[in-house]
Design a protein around this ligand. Structure first.
Ligand SMILES: Cc1cc2nc3c(=O)[nH]c(=O)nc-3n(C[C@H](O)[C@H](O)[C@H](O)COP(=O)(O)O)c2cc1C
Length: 213
């Protein structure tokens, strides 16, 4: 856990809603936390959407690394040179996740925040495996036009696990993306009747409204 929790709430959501809404919001955050923790979980790889400088929608799958309910924060990792960094940093971000087993769709609104340096980023970098850190050794930025197909990794680490010394230049290309969640549209599909609820975060509290699914 790299997102610092405030002891007063310690992972519990404040109660401002009816009990069904409270349960739905807790379930949404539990699914996201499970998604972050389990590689095979349906919510491990949500879709993150933003808007390009030309005003066009743009989306991509990313690995969810952490979900902190009490802070309403999601954490993901990216190449600091990637186009999504300028697209999502301090700008609106939309996250879409669906768990078919739970029959729950989450449509999450928030604001992105890119961190390239600082104690949190250093700690996350230090904990990542050598294979995970290897991605950030690519010589060109993601999206750069290539003459031939390829990973862009230096030949000495292509297909091999790099050592700590080889990984030194990769650190400058690593960044984390935090999504400050401001609203969640929760949809539950069920034969007895679908349910949909919109949650909005006001300061540290949440409000909820049932919606026609
Ligand atoms: C299963 C899966 C997981 C991915 N995880 C990440 C990720 O955690 N971070 C990331 O930057 N890109 C990830 N990608 C690649 C992105 O979807 C995208 O292709 C790449 O980051 C370039 O996006 P951009 O041009 O919007 O920057 C993943 C792709 C797939 C298919």
């Amino acid at each position: 856990m790299f997102l610092m929790r405030r002891p007063a709430v310690s992972g519990r959501l404040p109660k401002l809603m009816d009990s069904d809404q409270q349960a739905a919001l807790e379930q949404a955050w539990a699914l996201l936390a499970d998604g972050a923790a389990k590689r095979r979980h349906a919510m491990h790889t949500p879709v993150l959407a933003g808007v390009t400088a030309e005003g066009l929608p743009d989306q991509r799958i990313m690995v969810l690394r952490e979900a902190a309910a009490d802070l309403a924060l999601l954490r993901l990792h990216t190449d600091a040179r990637s186009p999504k960094v300028t697209q999502l940093d301090r700008r609106p971000v939309h996250v879409l996740a669906y768990d078919a087993g739970a029959a729950i769709q989450l449509r999450i609104e928030g604001k992105g925040r890119i961190e390239r340096a600082g104690r949190r980023v250093e700690a996350i970098w230090a904990e990542a495996t050598c294979f995970a850190r290897r991605c950030y050794l690519a010589e060109a930025a993601p999206g750069t036009v290539r003459v031939t197909p390829g990973s862009g990794l230096p030949p000495e680490v292509e297909g091999h696990q790099p050592n700590e010394e080889q990984l030194v230049p990769a650190r400058a290309n690593f960044a984390i993306l935090l999504v400050e969640v401001s609203a969640i549209d929760w949809l539950h599909l069920a034969n007895i009747g679908h349910r949909r609820c919109r949650f909005e975060r006001n300061g540290t509290d949440w409000s909820a409204s049932w919606l026609q699914p």
